[in-house]
Write a protein that binds this ligand. Structure first.
Ligand SMILES: Cc1cc2nc3c(=O)[nH]c(=O)nc-3n(C[C@H](O)[C@H](O)[C@H](O)COP(=O)(O)OP(=O)(O)OC[C@H]3O[C@@H](n4cnc5c(N)ncnc54)[C@H](O)[C@@H]3O)c2cc1C
Ligand code: FES
Ligand code: FES
Length: 1337
């Protein structure tokens, strides 16, 4: 890189060693916007824009010229403002390595451990890990063995704990990260492509791509160091970015507030607050507080610990943990360490690395942010210094929080944590000890989730001289985040406890006082937590020892068992996913990574917020945002020959935009097109829609209302499932009945990491090329043509890869592509759109909610004789794929022998966004319903639920009765053996006893264990393929299926290599490397169909095999002639000869599955064990064991990834993902703050999977079976296990209560979130316990 002179005061920084100098920039520009729109470095991805996912993580390096030291830390580039990185260096995943200069070891290991599926999260993961490695190397720990880092296993996992992945289920990611740790036991690492099971440890280590610590890349280029030494600072005026270097300078800048009222100023430290408060305002000036010395101090003296307001949370943690400083104040060590420990659960590493303590407190004070820092610092009696005008003021944190919101010209300077000695009212007791504990109940134990409630208690206690009790000399109790304006001290409780000897009576009174004091305001999301924590205050000597503040552990072990077969080599090999390394390095191109063509515009949807209303007008207030809006497109802009169509399925179509009538909240009304995505989003956000309600009926917002008004979608009779047996007879045979029990199931959002996106480029002669992230380009193609009113040969849809689909990018992606095409057509300019997370969540739809009512008859041993169901499915406003839901529900529900089964299933048309296919659509609900019935029967009979499952499992004969044609041959019914095998694999029977024992011995934690079978039918569909051999012997493959991360391309490559290898040339052993699967192009390969239903990989493989067979047939005569003449022949020479002899080297096929084998059943079983914390409602998944029959896996590593990933997505559905809507049906879960998909710290602690290669399925594609969706159904075992644990909790609760007021059967909602579990375990569990003890006394 050439060294360049910085022009005076310009913004200069480096990205991957390249110098960037920007003469001007809008100061609200984020680093991510800049990287993605103005550089070639696209590895940092946008997936939330609010600091909650880690897809945008990059490494920031700062150079200190005085110490000649570089500081490196990870940051979220979506929140970092570009001006704040002046003279810094940025490293993205491309900067670590790439396909040209060689991949970094991190990339290689991510690929080799199969830790990248769709790849959208992977670059962020790689950089997060890199940041941890770089810093571990700087530590003064002892040297790690060659090839490893100084990082520990636990640090390696924590490094990526804030990064979300929707595909893999995290186990493989944890392994890739742990492979760097010095303390890793290499044998603990999971399936990878480096070594095979049974190799020695030394061999394994030698095969791991070598991590060369010394050869690490330089994170800070020399030229930038030189420029820093020359001492040029940013020209504040030019950039409207001010970085005062003293309090005086700051005061002068703030005066502007008083002098020129119109100037809008924003004070920032690291701008992470924008992740929560997504301000849409424009500011004229930014003032960066980071360079003021008083705000950056960290000082420890005999009075306590002082932290400047701009000090980051990471630095504060480091300082609080710093043992050198703590030597001076050893008595406070525990308190400081526990504060640090709590802070480690705030957000994620890459947020804590920049987020300031002061910023957090100001957000808590000014905007009532549910802060952890405010609560814990309140409990320890902290004080703050604020600057208002020219006045410094020192007040307590409590006073600060209680004041009216800090005005915008005042600044928080510092905060002080006093040490023990300086706390007032310290007792003269010499034998007293200081206790400090902090608590946080949050959906994720390790952070990256705001708490439902937090608390911190400090108490000075001493043993009582007259009895053996404990005396409270002094205490400070703080509660926060429970739904009031700010954290509070509970003075009344403190006063009550002070001077008291702890007893059950005292605690009971204290709990009652807390209940009266800690009261959430109306409208708080989860008020059940209001008085949670004091209930288990450790002040109570008789409580079980329970360390809440312990750092939770993550994945502790995992096992993968698979049988390999080389019968169809290289099919069946666990080869690395095609493209995994370029996904890791960030070179893989997703739609939003395609550089914008000249004059490209960006679009954003304006959607309805009303469920049913006339749309009178849509105003986009052009004044509220500076410039850039080019047009607002609505149904009125559809060309004369076109149609208002945005999507289609085999059942019907959907409007692109509402016409005069909006029919659901979230319906697209219009499309704003602007010069940048930011301007388009802002314009859409500020749009004002005028609605009218005249002459409209009320909207249908419940399935009951749909029934009342007979609002249904028709289900084609051929698709409607058939009842089984004689229901009246079955009911008559029953000894017992449960009549009309009810279950309700909610929705689930796809949460693909890549939002919906498309780019439409007008082409010559009235043509349109659309790049779309879609699972069915063919359908988008015809919808676009219809909408524009042009022939289909004028449209081309191209899809290379999709950053996660899960069904959400099938029908739901079509309107995105069509809207872009329509705007591009009208404006004659390229138009693209990358939805934002909120809009994506609001408009996309999701899984079908439903209401189920069942009546079940059964014998006394639990054998069900008849099941009658009434199911009302909420399908939303358009058909989409909803008419297949009855079939899918029954498909999985029939996994048990119900004796007789009958049902009435209605697909209700309601005023909600259209619900669509989401991974295992209907099947997962069907499987859940089956389990709910079984659980209900068992609890009614007080039988072990596992025995009830056992008696209801199908025999082959009953299976045939229920599944008819898809049941297959007797040998193919592998479920009974899987059922027994999984018991052995998981030591089920022993663990049932251990769980019982645990529950007998523990009061505040209970465990549950559950074994669950699944049967899941799939349908193989027709699909095309083409294989072409090029002049040099390399091979190009096109298939109908789309690569969504599910490994379709990898299996296809293996199949092409296998099928072509039958030509038997020299050198065809490595055909695999010669095969490239290319993007889907709807004009090149027609009839591509849908990539859905788990079977597209195998059908694409079969289509390719047919093509290869044609080629082999064409080539064989030539091969034989040549071989006769030349003996052996090289592949390349042979192909060259084929070209010379004009052999047609391109073959197409259209695979149409045989009717007899087009549908088949998949089997699996899982055992899950969970632990429920009765005090907080937290559920920890201790162990999961899965056995899944893959027939004969086409690629076991790909299938394993599908099994683990699907299972974890199922955990999200059953345990944490609440896709909530308001009373108008408008989705209110808007992003990562409220919608909690599983993260690294919420997956099973022990996660074991066995892939069964049963091989009994000869009619399948090389005996293989599907793996994409069925394993998701197994996650119901986690829900069942949770239910079992809650049952134990309720049994105990009942034993503490004199009144018999708890019903023995109960319903556990889906998802079983912490508040749901807590409520069932007893909100007043501690009071009951105390009352019971007091009564006993
Ligand atoms: C994804 C994510 C998860 C999070 N999770 C948690 C959590 O679990 N618990 C928790 O407690 N917090 C959490 N936070 C909040 C986080 O701690 C704050 O965003 C951060 O500390 C703010 O610091 P900042 O330097 O980025 O402030 P900025 O964003 O720069 O500023 C925040 C606000 O404070 C003002 N401000 C900043 N400093 C001063 C000052 N010294 N004087 C006057 N005004 C000032 C700014 O003008 C702005 O209005 C989370 C944040 C994110 C993004
Ligand atoms: S995009 Fe930045 S953290 Fe999600
Ligand atoms: S691989 Fe992680 S989101 Fe797809």
């Amino acid at each position: 890189m050439a060294e360049t002179e910085t022009r005076s005061g310009t913004l200069v920084f480096a990205v991957n060693g390249e110098r960037f100098e920007l003469p001007t920039i809008d100061p609200s520009t984020t680093l991510l916007e800049f990287l993605r729109s103005q550089t070639r470095f696209k590895s940092a991805k946008l997936s939330c824009g609010e600091g909650g996912c880690g897809a945008c993580v990059v490494l920031l390096s700062k150079y200190d010229p005085v110490l000649d030291k570089v500081e490196d830390f990870t940051i979220s580039s979506c929140l970092t403002l570009l001006c704040s990185i002046n003279k810094c260096s940025i490293t993205t995943s491309e900067g670590l390595g790439n396909s040209k200069q060689g991949f970094h070891t991190i990339h290689q290991r991510f690929a080799g451990f199969h830790a990248s599926q769709c790849g959208f999260c992977t670059p962020g993961m790689c950089v997060s890990l890199f940041g941890a490695l770089v810093n571990a190397e700087k530590s003064n720990r002892s040297e790690a063995p060659p090839g490893f880092s100084k990082l520990t296993v636990s640090e390696a996992e924590k490094a990526v704990a804030g990064n979300l992945c929707r595909c893999t289920g995290y186990r493989s990611i944890a392994d890739a990260c742990k492979s760097f740790a010095a303390d890793v036991d290499i044998e603990d690492l999971g399936l990878n492509s480096f070594w095979r099971k049974g190799e020695s440890k030394e061999e394994m280590v030698s095969k791991l791509p070598f991590y060369n610590r010394n050869g690490e890349i330089c994170t800070f280029p020399k030229f930038l160091k030189k420029e820093i030494r020359s001492g040029m600072s940013l020209d504040s005026k030019r950039y409207n970015w001010y970085s005062p270097a003293s309090v005086e300078e700051l005061q002068n800048l703030l005066k502007v507030y008083d002098t020129s009222k119109g100037t809008k100023i924003k004070v920032v430290v690291s701008n992470t607050g924008m992740g929560y408060y997504k301000e849409l305002e424009y500011y004229d000036r930014y003032i960066d507080l980071k360079y003021i010395p008083e705000l950056s101090i960290i000082r420890m003296d005999e009075t306590g610990f002082e932290i400047g307001a701009a000090v980051t949370i990471s630095k504060t943690i480091e300082a609080l943990n710093n043992e050198n400083q703590l030597e001076i104040l050893s008595r406070d060590e525990i308190m400081f360490k526990k504060l640090a420990n709590h802070m480690e659960k705030i957000a994620s590493v890459f947020i804590r690395n920049t987020a300031s303590v002061g910023g957090n407190l100001v957000m808590a004070q000014r905007k009532h942010f549910p802060s952890d820092i405010a609560t814990i610092l309140l409990a320890v009696g902290s004080t703050v210094v604020i600057l208002s005008g020219h006045q410094f003021e020192k007040i307590t944190l409590e006073e600060f929080l209680e004041r009216p919101p800090l005005d915008f010209s005042s600044v928080l300077i510092s905060v002080k944590i006093p040490n023990w000695a300086s706390i007032k009212k310290v007792s003269p007791e010499t034998n007293s000890i200081l206790l400090f504990e902090s608590y946080r109940a949050a959906p994720r134990p390790l952070g990256n989730a705001l708490p439902y409630l937090n608390a911190a208690f400090m108490a000075e206690v001493s043993p009582c001289v007259t009895s053996d009790g404990i005396m409270v000399n002094h205490c400070q109790l703080a509660f926060g985040a429970f739904g009031t304006k700010h954290a509070i001290r509970t003075r009344m409780v403190e006063e009550f406890l002070t001077g008291k000897l702890l007893s059950f009576d005292v605690l009971y009174e204290a709990v009652k006082l807390v209940r009266a004091t800690v009261v959430p305001e109306d409208g708080t999301a989860n008020p059940v937590y209001s008085a949670l924590f004091v209930k288990h205050s450790k002040l109570g000597q008789n409580f079980d020892q329970y360390h809440y503040n312990k750092m939770p552990t993550m994945l502790s072990s995992a096992k993968q068992v698979l049988e390999l077969s080389n019968r169809y080599y290289p099919v069946g090999e666990p080869i690395t996913k095609s493209g995994a390394a370029i996904q890791a390095s960030g070179e893989a191109v997703y739609v939003d990574d395609i550089p914008s063509p000249m004059n490209c515009l960006h679009g954003a949807f304006i959607y309805s917020t009303k469920p049913l209303a006339w749309v009178k007008s849509i105003q986009v207030n052009l004044k509220s945002h500076p410039d850039g809006v080019a047009a607002v497109i609505s149904f009125k802009d559809i060309p004369e020959l076109g149609e208002n169509i945005g999507a289609k399925s085999m059942f019907g179509t959907e409007l692109l935009f509402a016409d005069d009538l909006a029919q659901c909240a979230g319906q697209r009304l219009a499309f704003v097109v602007a010069d940048t995505q930011k301007h388009a989003d802002m314009a859409a956000n500020c749009a004002v829609v005028e609605y009218g309600m005249e002459d409209l009926e009320s909207p249908i917002l419940s399935v009951e209302e749909a029934v009342r008004r007979s609002s249904f979608f028709e289900v084609p009779p051929l698709l409607y499932p058939n009842p089984v047996g004689d229901i009246s007879k079955g009911m008559a045979e029953a000894d017992h009945k449960i009549i009309s029990a009810e279950i309700r199931l909610g929705s689930q959002y796809y949460f693909y990491m890549e939002y919906q996106t498309a780019l439409a480029v007008p082409d010559e002669d009235n043509c349109m090329v659309v790049y779309s992230s879609i699972q069915c380009p063919e359908s988008a193609h015809s919808v676009i043509a219809k909408c524009l009113g042009i022939p289909e040969h004028n449209v081309r849809v191209i899809t290379r890869r999709v950053g996660g689909g899960f069904g959400g990018k099938a029908i739901r992606a079509m309107p995105v592509a069509t809207a872009c095409a329509l705007a591009a057509y009208k404006l004659h300019r390229p138009v693209r759109m990358y939805l934002n997370r909120k809009t994506d969540m609001v408009v996309t739809g999701g899984r079908h909610p439903m209401k189920i009512t069942y009546t079940v008859g059964f014998k006394s041993d639990g054998k069900v004789t008849a099941l009658q169901l009434d199911i009302l499915i909420n399908a939303g406003i358009s058909e989409d794929i909803s008419p297949v839901m009855p079939h899918n529900i029954c498909n999985a529900l029939k996994k048990y022998d119900w004796g007789a089964l009958s049902f009435d299933i209605k697909v209700c048309k309601t005023n909600y966004t259209s619900k669509s296919a989401m991974r295992a659509p209907g099947e997962v609900q069907g499987s859940f319903i089956a389990e709910a019935v079984i659980e209900h029967v068992a609890s009614t009979l007080s039988l072990e639920v596992d025995s009830v499952r056992n008696v209801n499992l199908h025999t082959y004969n009953s299976l045939k009765l229920f599944y008819q044609n898809s049941a297959g041959e007797h040998l193919e019914y592998t479920l009974p053996s899987i059922w027994n095998k999984v018991a052995v694999f998981s030591s089920f029977n022993q663990r049932v006893e251990m769980v019982d024992e645990f529950n007998r011995c523990n009061k505040w934690k209970k465990r549950g264990i559950s074994r669950v079978p699944i049967v899941h039918g799939v349908l193989v569909r027709s699909t095309p393929g083409r294989v072409s051999i090029l002049n040099d012997g390399s091979i190009v493959v096109e298939v109908g299926g789309i690569e969504l991360g599910q490994g379709l391309w990898t299996k296809v490559k293996q199949m092409a290599a296998f099928a072509l290898s039958s030509i038997q040339c020299n050198g065809d052993g490595d055909l695999l490397d010669k095969v490239r699967v290319i993007q889907a192009d709807t004009l090149s390969l027609i009839q591509g169909g849908f990539t859905a239903g788990s079977t597209t990989s195998e059908s694409s493989c079969e289509a390719v095999r047919l093509c290869c067979n044609i080629l082999v047939e064409r080539l064989t005569p030539l091969k034989e002639r040549l071989q006769e003449k030349m003996g052996t022949i090289q592949w390349e020479t042979f192909i060259f000869q084929a070209y010379m002899q004009s052999v047609n080297l391109s073959a197409s096929s259209f695979y149409v599955p045989d009717v007899s084998s087009s549908s088949y059943l998949n089997y699996g079983a899982a055992v899950s064990e969970v632990e429920v914390n009765l005090l907080t409602g937290e559920t920890t998944i201790l162990q999961v064991d899965i056995i899944y029959d893959c027939g004969q896996s086409l690629n076991p590593s790909v299938d394993l990834g599908q099994i683990e990933g699907a299972f974890v997505q199922g955990i999200g559905l059953f345990m944490s993902e609440e896709y909530l809507a308001n009373s108008d049906g408008l989705v209110v879960a808007e992003g990562t703050w409220t919608y909690k998909i599983p993260s690294m710290d919420t997956i099973p602690k022990r996660f074991n999977v066995e892939i069964l290669n049963s091989g009994h399925h000869e009619k399948r594609v090389l005996s293989s079976k599907a793996s994409g969706e069925p394993p998701l159904l197994l996650a119901v075992s986690v829900h069942n296990a949770t239910r079992a644990a809650i049952k134990e909790a309720r049994k105990q609760l009942l034993s503490w209560s004199s009144k018999d007021e708890l019903p023995s059967t109960f319903h556990l909602d889906v998802p079983a979130t912490m508040p749901v579990v807590k409520e069932l375990c007893g909100l007043d569990i501690v009071e009951r316990y105390l009352e019971w003890n007091i009564g006993k006394k």
